[in-house]
Design a binder for this molecule. Structure first.
Ligand code: NAD
Length: 372
């Protein structure tokens, strides 16, 4: 294995290998390729915690029957501008597409729509769904929870009572450089704690809280003491990730459970009377709005662009820095990575190849030039 802290993987090769891997588990060609493309897409946008690092974990989840190949999401409520789909623990990469496409269809008719998605496999990078709606010209909001995942302490609390519950809001742009806010409602995503535990970028102040209520940046709070080669397991820690933004962010994190979990019928991350851990699923409540039905499109475009430029023009506090608006960072990262490949720790690529070997993928030597 390489000793470099980071290697760059060719996007095309990563998609090809990962697609082949999922096909061995009865995913249709389309499903396998969509999973591969969306995981690589998260890396391209800079969200490595939701990218190809997840491949071995997805196979583990199939074995545990937390997610199933080729489950088509079912439209269980179809009432005018309102719909709800049940993904029946199918892959979120495909279920998410069905849900957004239903929202787009209804918004074309009604000018607005509300679509719930319940019991979905991991929906990955939630910005994907806001982008898909923006490609169709619609503003959208996505409120997501993670049933069965307890990682986040409420403001003032000392243990895990909620999930990292992401929120995404998309504003369409004619040039397709949509404005996409896409964020976990925890101070950091769990993937970032793992990175810090492996000696990577350290955590921002107050990212974690230990069981005595002390704020911390020490990943041991989440994983306990572990050896260098051990895989961090959040079951072994006693502390939690903090919700972002003090009491206000904690309130938004709470509302994700209400909207993505309770209102969609997917279920909240955990309940007071639970005897056992709930099965992992994402729930997502999405709202779509047609810009043209609300306001003149040219006026909207001009106002959006004008305000974006006004904000970006703020003198940066760091003289070498740049003021960004939501989605800018992803656009910048995407163009670098499309040209130069996906940066990953060597162990990430190694683990994918080991999983591929276990799946009996033939002739893995084909991918030896995948590292740039
Ligand atoms: P992040 O902190 O990297 O970015 C959050 C937002 O801030 C983005 O909209 C980004 O464009 C913006 N941003 C980043 N740097 C900026 C800067 N310097 N100035 C202005 N704006 C800036 O994201 P995160 O909270 O770590 O989330 C990571 C990913 O994890 C997201 O894609 C999210 O959807 C995903 N996620 C998914 C799940 C799930 O269950 N499916 C759960 C949690 C998180």
């Amino acid at each position: 294995m390489s000793n470099n802290p980071e290697i760059r993987i060719k996007v095309k090769d990563a998609i090809e290998l990962i697609t082949e891997m999922f096909k061995t588990k009865e995913c249709s060609d389309y499903e396998a390729q969509t999973i591969a493309e969306r995981l690589c897409g998260a890396n391209l946008k800079g969200h490595d915690s939701h990218g190809i690092v997840r491949v071995p974990r997805y196979f583990e989840w199939m074995e545990r029957e937390w997610v199933f190949a080729n489950r088509k999401a079912e439209l269980v409520i179809d009432a005018g501008a309102l719909a709800c789909l049940d993904a029946k623990q199918g892959f979120g990469q495909v279920a998410g597409e069905y849900a957004v496409d239903e929202g787009i269809k209804k918004t074309k008719t009604h000018g607005v729509s509300v679509v719930g998605l319940r019991n979905s496999g991991h929906l990955g990078r939630i910005g994907d769904w806001a982008e898909r709606a923006a490609d169709a010209g619609f503003v959208s909001f996505h409120f997501v929870n993670v049933r069965g995942s307890l990682l986040v302490a409420p403001f003032g609390g000392t243990d895990r009572r909620g999930s990292t519950s992401p929120l995404a809001i998309g504003i369409p742009s004619k040039d397709k450089e949509h404005i996409i806010l896409d964020m976990a409602t925890s101070t950091v995503a769990e993937g970032k704690v793992m990175v810090a535990q492996k000696g990577g970028k350290s955590l921002p102040a107050g990212a974690l809280v230990d069981s005595s209520g002390n704020l911390s940046t020490n990943p041991e709070v989440m994983y306990g003491k572990i050896g260098e080669d051990e895989v961090p397991d959040s079951e072994n820690g006693t502390g939690a990730i903090t919700a972002f933004g003090l009491h206000k962010g904690s309130g938004i994190n709470f509302m994700m459970e209400m909207l993505g979990g309770a209102l969609t019928g997917s279920g909240v991350s955990a309940g007071i009377d639970d005897k056992e851990k709930r099965k992992f699923a994402n729930g997502m409540l999405s709202i779509y709005i047609s810009v043209e039905k609300m306001v003149d499109l040219d006026y909207f475009t001009k106002e959006v662009q004008s305000y974006a430029s006004f904000v970006r023009a703020s003198p940066p506090s760091d003289k070498n820095g740049k003021v960004l608006i939501p989605g800018d960072k992803e656009i910048i990262t995407n163009s670098d990575r499309m040209a130069n490949g996906l940066p990953v720790a060597p162990i990430v690529w190694e683990n994918i190849k080991q999983t591929a070997e276990k799946l009996n993928i033939q002739n893995l030597g084909r991918f030896q030039d995948a590292i740039l």
